[in-house]
Write a protein that binds this ligand. Sequence first.
Ligand SMILES: O=C(O)c1cc(=O)[nH]c(=O)n1[C@@H]1O[C@H](COP(=O)(O)O)[C@@H](O)[C@H]1O
Length: 243
Amino acid sequence: MGSGELAQQRVIVALDVPDEESAIALVDRLEDVTFFKVGLELFTSTGPKILEMLKSRQKSIFLDLKFDDIPNTVAGACRSAARYGVDLLTIHATCGREALKAATEAAQVGAAQAGVKPPKLIAVTLLTSISARQLAFDLKIPLELPEYALEMALMAQESGLDGVVCSPQEVVQLRQSCGDDFLLVCPGIRPTWADKADQKRSLTPAQAIVAGANYLVIGRPITTAADPELAWKRISEDLSAIA
Ligand SMILES: O=C(O)c1cc(=O)[nH]c(=O)n1[C@@H]1O[C@H](COP(=O)(O)O)[C@@H](O)[C@H]1O
């Protein structure tokens, strides 16, 4: 595989910026990046026009709005979001089984109504900013963290979702339990030279790919770097070394 190919196929750059102008500036600088994530900050600021900007540049889109509500409401949100024709869409597993099933069906309906390809619907198992200690002491979950993440992933799979968002540290276990066709999308990715900031359960890009992640979501190590193109290049080279 040529230099940079693995990164182009498997790395999603998180556009966590405050406005359209900053997003366009980054997308245009990072011309080798093929897949971008639009999350709560940018979508709340710009609305759907940011998706049109990315489509006009032939980019793949992960719309990360992390829906978390009652079944009727998440179903409506997924129906609406699926009409945008995005590639990936998120919901929190903690919505519960009934909401996850309703969301899955609604995403299909929304996409069919709009005549677009349905998004892959993926559930957040446990945010990568939560440590084992916080899970126990703040969230009062009486399970070991890997077990909790696995339970969330299995519920998502049984509810018909295409995959989950999980920490790279849980990928080996989830891959083993959920099989090869279940998408494992991993944020919390940190090259050795990058600041961990609020991420608690991280691995390097190469470690996450070797563990079996389908996609890596990387934001600040690239987007807040003094030279984002150089940061992307370093990550691409690290990944080429394992290809
Ligand atoms: O759903 C997500 O994408 C997500 C889930 C999760 O558990 N942890 C997590 O960091 N994310 C997102 O992944 C991105 C990580 O960004 P950086 O920490 O800057 O690399 C952010 O946009 C988060 O919103």
